[in-house]
Design a protein around this ligand. Sequence first.
Ligand SMILES: [Zn+2]
Length: 284
Amino acid sequence: MPELPEVETILQSMKSVLEGQTLSSIDVNRLDLRLPFPSGLSTIPLHQPIIRLRRRAKYILIDFQHDWTILIHLGMSGRLFINHAGENLPPRKHEHLVLWTGNKCRIALVDPRRFGMVCLFQTKKEGQQPQLAHLGIEPLSSHFTVQALAEALATTRMPIKNALLDQRRIVGLGNIYVCEALFKAHIHPQRAANSLDKKEMKRLHGFIVEILQAAIAAGGSTLRDYVHTDGQPGAFQNLHLVYGREGECCPICLTKGRSVPVQRITQSSRSTFFCPHCQKNPHK
Ligand SMILES: [Zn+2]
């Protein structure tokens, strides 16, 4: 599933093609993905300048001049392919939505498993949009301070791993990045979210930002279905220290002459990878 860094990478590619342009046509090739395609999608946004592309959590938002916004979520397997004018490639399989710009770029949403979604709403009513209304803090925004992270985690005793995945507290941190940030911060994934002290909170905050920025710089991770808008895979998966490495030696322990295998446990039906030596649970 594309996570925040992948979506941010895709957003940057789309920005360069769409901002300032208009759409000359929108092909809607089926009735629905996870939700039905909105009525009016193929007509309302046409011929209005696109004033801005932005991201909220893992949603891509395309704002049009006359107060309309298209929301795109890539679900499990969604990808966006950009073809520039003159690149006459045959259509791909599972192209469910195609945006054509006035200068003849073609942006295709390909989603074989169809867990993605596309919505259309009036920008001024964004606060009422169900997908956006209850989202927590953006970890790459200036509002994301150590204090803000502490406040988002203060009200729950649920395991820190699960609290960091809770989109109502903090958005866009998927399973990979949570595992990696907790490992680097030396925090056991089963610790109660409200049990972190100030030093731990500061470390965790720093590594969340550092890992997301590193992943964006590397072009996002590539897992299963995800590739860039130009079809190139990202490179961050080569940098994972614990994620997907069950049984391999912890790289930090290894530098200190210890051979400690990375463990995998399941939390809320999702795999967690951690080092039992670097990430001790003081409450056990
Ligand atoms: Zn270790």
